[in-house]
Design a binder for this molecule. Structure first.
Ligand code: TXA
Ligand code: MG
Length: 354
């Protein structure tokens, strides 16, 4: 009962007015609509309707203690969501919106407590994806949307990923093809004493420093996992249980040569035990692993390519039926901080330091 409608984001205006209007109508009627964004696919509902937003938590299997991001189509809508918009927020919006930046700001009176999990602050983002913007505009309402995966699973970067996780649980998926950024938005807390990165993401630290020169990288505690704080509430003392993907994964950290050697040795050792091993590597590692017998997924070469393919790589290896996934680390420049954060999440913090 889940309908998938394909929309070409590059020919949106001419051809797809009807489909967008139909999806917008569903949203206004309090239904769920999965929409592509430039980061990952989102599971959208009317952000001003608590009953509609409640459906998001139910479809995902997500605890109500994990608040949602409100998506808007125009910068000035910020004033309808947020009670006080500081000068810094306008500067950041001018520099990075539309795009993969989420700002935490004081919530306005129209935002239901369900969206913020009862917190005084709300997360807001203006996505850059043409389908997301057209849909939010057509609906005429702000759209609450977490990543459109089942709770604890890898975020979806294609409509097929969404379908695998949510089929039968949502009426409509808008398929706009693969997401271009591939990791979720950077979450910046502007309600903290000093602006703080809660989750590294699609906008790098260096870029943010053009507006906030003093901005610090997220602390290891913040890097840990934005879903961890709530896991801690659910299962105290079990912060590090692994949750995504559904097979155990390890992150190797060290020089490129040392990582390759240690990963190849691990592949050998596990194959001797009869295990099927998946490796998540980069193009420059391909020749080293070609004869290893491991199932190989290459993320490409540049940080942008690696970010774009990261979640698809984890899901592909998972679906290949591997017993374990071995990942390597990358430079932390630019998108590298987000890549490392997602690899730490995928491995549940299981790092082999070399
Ligand atoms: O790129 C993205 O941000 C994607 C696309 C769909 O926009 N969305 C996304 O949403 O990643 P989600 O729900 O999977 O992750 C958002 C995180 C939550 O885990 C939550 O902890 C944090 O944002 N968050 C939301 N509202 C917050 C608030 N008021 N205060 C602190 N953290 C908040
Ligand atoms: Mg998520």
């Amino acid at each position: 009962e889940t309908q998938i409608i394909k929309i070409d984001p590059n020919h949106l205006d001419e051809h797809y007015t009807q489909q967008i209007a139909y999806a917008a109508q569903l949203l206004r009627a309090g239904e769920l609509v999965v929409l592509p964004t430039e980061t990952v696919y989102g599971l959208g509902a009317n952000a001003l309707d608590a009953q509609a937003a409640e459906q998001i938590f139910i479809a995902k299997g997500r605890p109500f203690s994990d608040p949602l991001i409100v998506h808007i189509a125009d910068k000035h809508e910020l004033e309808n969501i947020v009670s006080v918009v500081p000068e810094t927020a306008w500067k950041l919006a001018a520099a990075f919106w539309p795009g993969p930046l989420t700002m935490i700001l004081p919530a306005g009176p129209r935002v239901p407590g369900l969206i913020t999990s009862g917190l005084p602050n709300v997360a807001v983002r203006m996505p850059a994806h043409p389908i997301a913007r057209a849909l939010i505009r057509a609906a005429g309402i702000p759209v609450a949307a977490p990543s459109a995966n089942r709770f604890m699973h890898v975020s979806p970067t294609t409509a097929q990923h969404v379908y695998a996780d949510l089929k039968g649980r949502v009426p409509l998926i808008l398929d706009g093809g693969p997401c271009t950024v591939g990791v979720e938005s950077t979450i910046l807390d502007l309600c903290a004493e000093v602006p703080t990165i809660l989750r590294p993401g699609g906008i790098g630290l260096e870029a943010l420093r053009s507006v906030l020169p003093q901005l610090q990288p997220p602390s290891p505690r913040q890097m840990q996992d934005e879903e961890d704080h709530m896991l801690a509430q659910m299962a105290p003392g079990q912060m590090r249980i692994h949750y995504s993907p559904s097979v155990p994964a390890y992150l190797f950290e060290g020089s490129v040569v040392a990582m390759r050697q240690a990963m190849l040795a691990e592949v050998q050792a596990r194959q001797t035990q009869g295990e099927l091993v998946g490796v998540l590597i980069a193009d420059e590692d391909l020749s080293a692993f070609q004869e290893s017998g491991a199932i190989i997924y290459s993320l490409g070469h540049t940080p942008e390519q690696i970010a774009t393919r990261l979640f698809a790589g984890l899901r592909t290896l998972e679906e290949a039926g591997v017993d374990v996934i071995l990942c390597r680390n990358y430079s932390e420049h630019g998108l590298g901080l987000a890549i490392r954060d997602r690899l730490l999440k995928a491995t549940g913090g299981k790092v082999k330091k070399l």
